[in-house]
Write a protein that binds this ligand. Structure first.
Ligand code: NDP
Ligand code: GDR
Length: 322
């Protein structure tokens, strides 16, 4: 039986990845940072909370990482932990750099010092492309991050590549474009919208306040994307891959799909509120997943419409049950 250590197991991707690895027969260990008040809500939603071994540790504390890696002797480490909300990275640039950037180096060092044969996955991000240099972004596109979060992710990305080249370690980065689900945090725009739509539909909310609704993103389903993370670590050689759908849509398109699913017109409820504008914006992201399609045999299965509709349905169900 293989053992996998997942950092960020209480987050959206951590929950879906844990489920996938349990289904594949792994012993799944999660690093628990004790940051949230209700850390297990996602794992409970997927009914897998009791099947996971938890170990305390924090990405900013190298000694805790060495202790956990030594103790559980993982075959694979998936580094999903981060301060992952781009908007908050201007309010907390140093914390974001310490966790999302330096945290990657900490876990790489913990692996190198303990057992450099352990395979490593780093959660890199399309946010690293930022001010896009090419209309469609692939593994070859130059980076130009536009947020403290993007800068921190780029540090982690290059460190992951550097450890592969310096120490011949099996380290991979998945450059994942936005991916969403009913387990998405409420601060991210898709879930903010689907949650608001459900509340408006049952009469609990009157309006929805958003920032830049012309921003374009390549949105996929998190349940599809965690499969690509696992596939990267099963290849004969380590490499970096763009994971995306190859289609881009505006925040406005997303609102239209979400509201019309419950028979409403988004224009009747949407209020543009400058407080949600960012100091520097990423206007458009559109990924080219050809390399993943060819080498990993991976492709996104869930359409953008299906994704938003399933998120609205999940939020409606939650609100009706409350
Ligand atoms: P979430 O924000 O849902 O999860 C982040 C996880 O990191 C949580 O479990 C959180 O714990 C944990 N964490 C935060 N700080 C620390 C710390 N100091 N030490 C240990 N754990 C910590 O993110 P997602 O699941 O959406 O994303 C997973 C990863 O993928 C992140 O690195 C993100 O930046 C990256 N990514 C995400 C994309 C997306 O569209 N979802 C796209 C590209 C990259 P707690 O629950 O206690 O807060
Ligand atoms: P993003 O996702 O920044 O792309 O990062 P987010 O959903 O926060 O924003 C997407 C776009 O929507 C615009 N927007 C708003 N965003 C939020 N959160 N709230 C609003 O009210 C709002 N109004 C408009 C934003 O300006 C932006 O253009 C996500 C995270 O998961 C990162 O961790 C990950 O690395 C990237 O995706 C790829």
């Amino acid at each position: 039986m293989k053992t996998a250590l997942i950092t960020g197991i209480t987050g959206q991707d951590g929950a879906y990845l844990a489920k996938l690895l349990l289904e594949k027969g792994y012993h799944v260990v999660g690093l628990l940072a004790h940051r949230s008040t209700d850390p297990f809500w996602r794992l409970s939603y997927l009914n897998i909370h009791t099947e996971i071994e938890f170990n305390d540790g924090d990405l900013t504390d190298l000694s805790s990482l060495i202790r956990v890696v030594k103790k559980i002797k993982p075959d694979e480490v998936y580094n999903l932990a981060a301060q992952s909300f781009v908007g908050a990275s201007w309010q907390q640039p140093i914390l974001t750099s310490q966790v999302t950037g330096m945290g990657v180096l900490h876990i790489l060092e913990a692996i190198r010092a303990t057992n450099p044969q352990i395979k490593f996955y780093q959660a890199s991000s399309s946010e690293m492309f930022g001010l896009v240099q090419q209309s469609v972004q692939s593994e070859e596109t130059p980076f130009y991050p536009r947020s403290p979060y993007g800068v921190a992710k780029l540090f982690g990305h290059w460190m992951t590549k550097n450890y592969r080249e310096s120490y011949s370690m099996f380290t991979c980065s998945g450059i994942l474009f936005n991916h969403e689900s009913p387990l998405r945090g409420l601060e991210f725009v898709t879930r903010k919208v689907t949650h608001a739509v459900a509340r408006i539909a049952v009469g609990e909310q009157k309006e929805l306040r958003l920032g830049n609704i012309d921003a374009k993103r390549d949105w996929g389903y998190a349940g599809d994307y965690v499969e690509a993370m696992w596939l990267m670590l099963q290849q004969p050689n380590p490499d970096d891959y763009v994971i995306a759908t190859g289609r881009t849509s505006t925040v406005r398109d997303m609102c239209q799909i979400a509201f019309s699913h419950v028979g409403l017109n988004y224009e009747d409820y949407l209020v543009i509120d400058p407080q949600f504008y960012r100091p520097a914006e990423v206007d458009i992201l559109l990924g080219n997943p050809d390399k993943a399609r060819k080498q990993l045999k991976w492709e996104a299965k869930t359409s953008f419409e299906e994704l938003i509709q399933l998120m609205v349905e999940a939020d409606l169900k939650r609100i009706r049950e409350e």
